[in-house]
Each structure stands twice: as structure tokens, then as C-alpha cells.
Design a protein. Structure first.
Length: 291
């Protein structure tokens, strides 16, 4: 890996480090100067959704640290770990102008050295939906997030609502393990046509990308039905499913109206209801949600 150093808008360099030792050295100086640290964990292949989290961190904190790490423990054996897009240089070129000062881009052995034997298991909100369809996924997420929190020791960490269940899992982890980090959840950034931005849309053919719009369209329909007074969750889910039936080539993993805190499916929709969808378009798996 080539450590890069690109000027950022804050007048500081955007430094790329790969080791925990370098990360710690950079952060110690900021801590000594009583500067607050905002942290944005990512898997790279950055898009405007990630950059909106960097902007939020920039607005709230003195220093911004971004991690880029395709975390092997959160991928299942038949998932896309090997082919997940990786382009550190392009990512750093996007981060520097947004004012990120430090990019932590470790190799897997830096995070999981030989002998690593501790994993973090969140139950409750981690169990349904993504947890059921991707066994072990949230164990990998919780483990890497806690490790990164321990390494970066941020004051505030920024996550996207796009991964709604993940944000609940992280909040649970932070509360249960007394992690001294404030968790912020930022709105989902979308393409002009409504598709939630995702590193995985790069895999989609033009035709599949068009099919993938059914996720955001069905969420829009749910919002419209709710705004028009519909409160019967099963009725709303049925209307959403009709759009999927009319879109060949898209297979639903789950589609649910759930409680925004517990993620248990609801019978009546309220202001605290979240509509959650995961679907496969060809061999690409997309998720989306709206409150
Ligand atoms: P990832 O690189 O997919 O692990 O995502 C890193 C962070 O960016 C997570 O907190 C995601 O929820 C967030 N994120 C991903 N896509 C979006 C989006 N379209 N809008 C806002 N945040 C996003």
C-alpha cells in the first residue's frame, strides 16, 4: 500500500496510515491539544453517501478520521468479500478535499493478528432481518466497530441510516459495553432517481440498476400511503410487495414494517415505524429503508 499525502481543505494534509502505531501517534497529538475527534468507519469504494458522513464529522469535530477496511469477518462464506471494490487512491482523492485529516487503511492482519480469538456478539436488534439472512454479519460488524473505536478513541462516530439495523446494533453495543463514543446517524444519500447510494451498485448492469429502483419506489409508496392516513401495516406491506411482483428479476429477502427501536414487525404503522427491505437483483444484494 502506498501511503498517500494529499492537501485537505483544512490546510492540513490528509495522511494515510496502515498501522495502529501510526494511528495512535497522530491521534495522541490531537488529544494532547484537547481537540475533538470525529470518526467515519467505511469499507471504501466511497461515494457521496460516505462523504456526507465526513461532512457531518467535519462540521462537528476538530479532527476527522476515516477508516477504510473491507472487514473479512462481516462477510459470509458465499458473499462478495473477494470482489468487493477496493481503490484506496481514488478514495483518498475524494476524502482530502472534504477535510478528512487521517485515513486509517489497515491490512487484515493489523486488525486480526494471528491468534485473534475475541468476537463481539450483540443479540436482540442484531437477530432479525439482516441478522437472519447474513448469519455472523453483525458479529463481524460489532467486533470491528468496537476494535476501531478502541484504536481511534473518537468523541463522535458517524453512521448512515442506509444501514438502519447496523446503526441500532452499534448504539446497543456502545450502550451495553459503556463505550465513551457519541453515535450519530445521518440521512441516506440517494441518486437523482431515488436509488440509495451504495458501493455495490457498481456491480449492477444498466438493466439491473433500473430494476433496483423498485426498492426506493416501494418505500416512497409506503410513505405516501402513511401520509394519506393508512395505518394497517399489512396493507402497506401488501401494496409494496405488488411493486416487486411487477418487477421480474428482483427477489425479496425481506420486506417489513418494523418498530424503529426493537425491529419487531408491527401491525399498525406509527411515526416510529421503519420500512426495511433487502432484495437481490441478479447476484447483487441491495438494502434500503425509510422511517
Ligand atoms: P460501508 O462502506 O458500506 O460500510 O458504509 C460506511 C458507512 O457509510 C456506513 O455507516 C453506512 O451506513 C454509510 N452509508 C453507506 N451508504 C450510504 C448512503 N447512501 N447515505 C448515507 N450513508 C451511507
Amino acid at each position: 500500500m502506498n501511503p498517500a499525502s494529499i492537501p485537505s481543505t483544512t490546510g492540513h494534509e490528509c495522511r494515510v496510515v496502515g498501522s495502529h502505531a501510526e494511528l495512535r501517534a497522530a491521534i495522541q497529538a490531537w488529544r494532547a491539544a484537547k481537540q475533538t475527534i470525529g470518526f467515519v468507519p467505511t469499507m471504501g469504494a466511497l461515494h457521496a453517501g460516505h462523504l456526507s458522513l465526513v461532512d457531518a464529522a467535519r462540521a462537528e469535530c476538530d479532527r476527522v478520521v476515516v477508516s477504510i477496511f473491507v472487514n473479512p469477518t462481516q462477510f459470509g462464506p458465499n458473499e462478495d468479500f473477494e470482489r468487493y471494490p477496493r481503490n484506496l487512491q481514488a478514495d483518498v482523492a475524494l476524502l482530502a478535499p472534504r477535510g478528512a485529516e487521517l485515513v486509517f487503511a489497515p491490512q487484515p492482519a493489523e486488525i486480526y493478528p494471528p491468534g485473534h480469538a475475541t468476537m463481539v456478539e450483540v443479540s436482540g436488534v442484531a437477530n432479525p432481518w439482516e441478522g437472519a439472512f447474513r448469519p455472523g454479519h453483525f458479529r463481524g460488524v460489532a467486533t470491528v466497530v468496537l476494535k476501531l473505536f478502541n484504536m481511534v478513541a473518537p468523541d463522535v462516530a458517524f453512521f448512515g441510516q442506509k444501514d438502519f439495523q447496523q446503526s441500532l446494533v452499534v448504539r446497543r453495543l456502545v450502550a451495553d459495553l459503556n463505550v465513551p463514543v457519541v453515535v450519530r446517524v445521518c440521512p441516506t444519500m440517494r441518486e437523482a432517481d431515488g436509488l440509495a447510494m451504495s458501493s455495490r451498485t457498481a456491480y449492477l448492469s444498466t438493466e439491473d440498476r433500473r430494476r433496483g429502483l423498485v426498492l426506493s419506489r416501494s418505500l416512497k409508496l409506503a410513505t405516501e400511503l402513511f401520509a394519506a392516513g393508512e395505518r394497517d401495516a399489512h396493507q402497506i406491506m401488501a401494496r409494496m410487495r405488488e411493486l416487486f411482483v411487477a418487477t421480474p428479476g428482483v427477489t425479496i429477502d425481506y420486506l417489513s414494517l418494523a418498530d424503529g427501536d426493537t425491529l419487531a414487525e408491527v401491525d399498525r404503522a406509527t411515526a416510529n415505524t421503519v420500512a426495511l427491505i433487502a432484495a437481490r437483483v441478479g447476484n447483487v444484494r441491495l438494502i434500503d429503508n425509510c422511517l
